[in-house]
Design a binder for this molecule. Structure first.
Ligand code: CMC
Length: 429
């Protein structure tokens, strides 16, 4: 019977060690016993960007990057996109199981009845410059929410945690829509509790003078599916930020503001905005080869392509491509889709992309749909943030309940000067 251990020989000392293997990993702290001399801090691992380091055990989402598989709590993303709703999937992520009918009713009721924000929030938003990026406003107002709910710092109190989870999922679309209304100079549209989560978001975004906003059912469902697709994605950059900040026992509003800030970057949730800018810059199919040449020369990246984990087609991109057709039946075709499809075709035949296993990711087609639905480009990362909110919260809660977890505090390899004495300014060169 083979042993579930790893034998290590330290060739500096000739000593041998046997390290237990559990779930395909060794514990990094087990390396500490491998030392040159008593008193030294022992061997560490060096892993910038966490390419090969598991920072937690998690039961929330599962990705097989080679096979292009994504599951939430075991359920394939394709089935959830086909049959679930965003709020039901959010419940699943947070609670581990699909809800009963009564559980779902109560969950939806609670989210629906926490959508209104304190009137003072409007004053913050009013204070932003007219051309402030909505993601900047979103990050700031999520952080500001913590000042309205001081009890949120009781992170070990289950009832308090549950209330903040209701509030964050409920208020994320309100903050997002208010940020948009401020940008375009429209009066804020208040939540309408008669509508679904996504229908209400469309209402708060796009309502003008009508007495009651009636969302288009196809667009409402398409947006709901897009939110499902974004809801969780194991230990990505923003989720790691949520866990990292949460590990210091900060309240969930502060932790989620940090997560949203991490999402804002163009390598993560900001990529959907960049894709649209690229497609517009390309402008026509005949200009694609020249654009790809510039990517290959290293001038810039092809946004919406590549992924740390997926080395195959991102399953979310496949579903999004299908939704695009349904949306275009209502909105008319976004001409950028033809450029995107051709760009994908050419890239996937090119050795640069093939050899590096760079495939379209979730951000490649999502922006084209958002644009067809009349969302301004700078709202795209905010839409991603609304979708990812339940995932961030599920991961935050899992982290708090995990006895193995401690405050996030990586090690470093110090490369600075040795000790030296302070030099008075008149003696410096
Ligand atoms: N365009 C051109 N080259 C790329 C791209 C790209 N989009 N992505 C990776 N590469 C190249 C990279 O230059 C490197 O080449 P080489 O080996 O010659 O140096 C190789 O592929 C490996 O790239 P990497 O940067 O080491 O890979 P990573 O795992 O650190 O980065 C990534 C993953 C998503 C940041 C990266 O693929 C990227 O920048 N993509 C564009 C931004 C994007 O679409 N982000 C959204 C990701 S999906 C939504 C989300 O979860 O955030």
């Amino acid at each position: 019977m083979p042993k579930n251990t790893l034998s290590v020989t330290d060739n500096r000392t000739g000593k041998q060690y046997e390290l237990p293997i559990d779930s395909g990993t060794i514990r990094a702290v087990d390396l500490r016993q491998i030392k040159l001399a008593e008193g030294d801090q022992g061997l560490e691992t060096y892993d910038p960007g966490f390419l090969n380091t598991a920072a937690c055990r998690s039961a929330i989402s599962f990705i097989d990057g080679d096979k292009g598989i994504l599951r939430y709590r075991g359920y394939p993303i394709e089935q959830l996109a086909e049959r679930s709703t965003f709020l039901e999937s959010a419940y699943l992520l947070l609670n581990g199981e699909l809800p009963s009918a009564a559980e779902l009713d109560s969950w939806v009721f609670n989210i629906t009845h926490h959508t209104i924000v304190h009137e003072s929030i409007k004053k913050f938003i009013d204070g932003f410059h007219h051309d402030a990026h909505p993601m900047g406003m979103f990050v700031s107002t999520v952080a500001a929410l913590s000042t309205f709910y001081p009890e949120a710092k009781h992170i070990h109190d289950e009832t308090s945690r549950r209330n903040q989870i209701f509030r964050l999922i409920a208020k994320a679309p309100t903050l997002a829509a208010f940020a948009h209304r401020h940008s375009v100079g429209l009066p804020y549209a208040y939540p309408d509790n008669d509508l679904s989560y996504t229908g209400n978001f469309l209402n708060m975004m796009f309502k003008t003078t009508e007495v009651k906003y009636a969302p288009n059912k196809t667009l409402e469902r398409a947006l709901d599916v897009l939110l499902i697709l974004h809801a969780d994605h194991e230990q990505n950059c923003s989720t790691s930020a949520m866990r990292g900040v949460g590990s210091s026992h900060a309240d969930p509003y502060s932790a989620m503001a940090a997560a949203a800030a991490a999402l804002y970057g163009p390598l993560h949730g900001g990529a959907n905005e960049e894709v649209l800018k690229s497609l517009r810059e390309i402008g026509s199919k005949d200009r694609i080869p020249a654009y790809i040449d510039r990517v290959k020369r290293g001038e810039f990246r092809l946004f919406g392509f590549g992924h740390r984990i997926y080395k195959n087609y991102d399953p979310r991109a496949t579903i999004i491509k299908r939704i695009a057709e349904e949306v275009f039946d209502v909105t008319g075709k976004n001409p950028l889709i033809d450029i995107a499809v051709e760009l994908e075709r050419i890239a996937l035949q090119d050795d640069y992309f093939v050899s590096r296993k760079l495939y379209p990711n979730v951000d490649f087609y999502s922006g084209i749909i958002y644009e067809a639905m009349k969302f301004p480009i700078d709202m795209f990362p905010v839409l991603f943030a609304i979708g990812r909110t339940p995932g961030w919260l599920a991961q935050w809660q899992e982290m708090l309940l995990d006895k193995d977890q401690k405050i996030a505090r990586p090690r470093q390899i110090y490369t600075g000067p040795e000790k030296r004495d302070y030099v008075p300014i008149e003696h410096r060169g």
